[in-house]
Design a protein around this ligand. Sequence first.
Ligand SMILES: [Zn+2]
Ligand SMILES: [Zn+2]
Ligand SMILES: [Zn+2]
Length: 181
Amino acid sequence: MAVENQTPTNATSSESIARRGDVDKCPICGSSVDRDAYHCATCRNYFCFHCRARLLPTDSQVECVNQECGYYGKLVCGLCDSPHDKKEAPLIYAEPVDGYWPLWLGIALIVGLVAWSMTVWWFGFFITILVFAAGGFWLQKKGFNIFGMESMVSHERSSSYRTCIRCQQPTKEIKAGASAK
Ligand SMILES: [Zn+2]
Ligand SMILES: [Zn+2]
Ligand SMILES: [Zn+2]
């Protein structure tokens, strides 16, 4: 899946990206703010540096960590900076599966007891060992899970990441409520 190069703002280059709205005014209360601000000292609201939508503590917020970028350290809302999905290599691990050896041991014991009843005790004992070991080995070879085996489990994984809408570098996600008091 091609996730690169597609920014929701239809920016063709990082230079053509433009902040929306009147950058000298608070988008919430209209009082004048610094053009680099994402927080209004008058109404104490945070807003997205890019689209200037009000940011609530529960909204996802990101900031660029690239010091060369004009958006460095600015709060940007999760709508402007939407996450990309990244497929990761599936997680593969072996999971042990218990075998049916107790059941097989029971069967071997019964066979051994029958052999004992017809002959002598040591022959029955020998038959039990033989049936359990050799028979179990044979069954295991035939695909029956007698002594336990490992099955390979594969977990599909994907992660999401956000890149700065201006410089395309990875951004830091701000935890909900971290910026607002
Ligand atoms: Zn304000
Ligand atoms: Zn925004
Ligand atoms: Zn940036």
